[in-house]
Design a protein around this ligand. Structure first.
Ligand SMILES: [Zn+2]
Length: 60
């Protein structure tokens, strides 16, 4: 399991999310912001060179 910090589009707070590489190298899911509870669309793509996910946060 990998922790990645994301920034909410609504309140601009940063908080960590958990991602499991076992679930795939490209993941697309909705989570609620821990701070303001707005849903956020997360697009995560595994970056083998850096050994972490590249995260895009989009509006739902
Ligand atoms: Zn928020």
């Amino acid at each position: 399991m990998i922790y990645m910090d994301i920034t909410c589009h609504y309140c601009f707070e940063t908080f960590p999310i958990e991602i499991y590489l076992e679930e795939g190298e490209e993941q697309d899911f909705i989570i609620d912001c821990e701070v303001c509870c707005h849903p956020l669309h997360i697009i995560a793509k595994w970056n083998d060179d850096e050994g972490q996910f590249n995260i895009d946060v989009d509006e739902t």
